[in-house]
Design a protein around this ligand. Sequence first.
Ligand SMILES: Nc1nc2c(ncn2[C@@H]2O[C@H](COP(=O)(O)OP(=O)(O)OP(=O)(O)O)[C@@H](O)[C@H]2O)c(=O)[nH]1
Ligand SMILES: [Mg+2]
Ligand SMILES: [Zn+2]
Length: 347
Amino acid sequence: MSWLTDDDDEAYSEYDESSAKVRPNPKANKPRSKNRPDHADSVVGRVFTVDRGRYGVWVAEGTPEERQVVAAKARELGRNQEVRISVVPGDWVDLVGDTSGDEGSLARIVRIRPRTSLLRRSADDTDAVERVIVANADQMLIVVAAANPEPRPRLVDRYLVAAFDAGIRPIVCITKVDLADPDEFLANFAGLDLTVVRSRSDEVPVEELRALLDGHTTVAVGHSGVGKSTLVNALVPEANRATGRVNDVTGRGRHTSSSTVSYKLGSGWIVDTPGVRSFGLGHVDPAKILGSFTDLARIAENCPRGCTHLPDSPDCAIIEAVEAGELGESGRLRLDSFQRLITTLGS
Ligand SMILES: Nc1nc2c(ncn2[C@@H]2O[C@H](COP(=O)(O)OP(=O)(O)OP(=O)(O)O)[C@@H](O)[C@H]2O)c(=O)[nH]1
Ligand SMILES: [Mg+2]
Ligand SMILES: [Zn+2]
């Protein structure tokens, strides 16, 4: 897999309108050296936020030299690629130039290290461009409110699909349990073996969450107003994320958080993202979804070629196994969940 040729740079321009890209290049007509400098003197760091072409990078973490550095993308980054490269929160990057982190200093990002995962959402009718959300996350905290805004199982399905596609472990955090009982809503996910954490802002289960998140890079996602930033503030008090009221009539959040920021949490990271209305999944391969249901995937080896495993599929081995009771009582629930997620892709 080629990590450095993702085609999302233009898509990410909202956060990445570096003026360097449009400035006329005075050397444009000169032949470029084939031997690009390898920047042996570079230092490695981790991007924690991106804001209008400026990247916040942690350098030398856990050492006495630990510091935050502001960087811009080097012009040469991605130059020989057909598409330009976007740098996103969670990326490990190599920096050159002024990496002191001193007030007013600016380093240059010359390389992105290979990524272990990439969470993205496709363009859809609410957003015309594809966006990369975070790199190198291994967990997704799907935050959903028991009420205000009303929970939407379909949006959670979409996050689950995106997580399975990216190879990221999903965890559900249901907030505002002081406002409503979430049991009926949670029954939608009974077939999925998900870890579910219940939270209320006056009693955030900080220890339970810390135990789940420590040592991981966890991206918090969810509709605006569900309480992502409230959770992040409880977990990382110095984060001081702004939180916003939800309109009592419309149940709409205000899109209080406008940028993605990651914070250190124990030996891991928690990444707070802006709320979204929907989550485009046009890029997702259904085979990946089946792959994350390992029990069903094994049985699907006996399915006819091209089997969709949907309710009307002739001779589907999974459906037959479930109907024969071979997968026990939870088999039916798992098949239902799996079919619902596959159907989500087509909608
Ligand atoms: N009653 C109640 N209110 C909560 C709870 N969690 C968060 N809230 C409130 O819900 C509102 C929205 O919370 P935020 O943390 O800003 O939500 P967010 O998910 O970060 O929203 P965006 O940044 O817009 O995506 C705030 O007024 C919070 O105080 C909870 O468990 N119970
Ligand atoms: Mg927020
Ligand atoms: Zn099948």
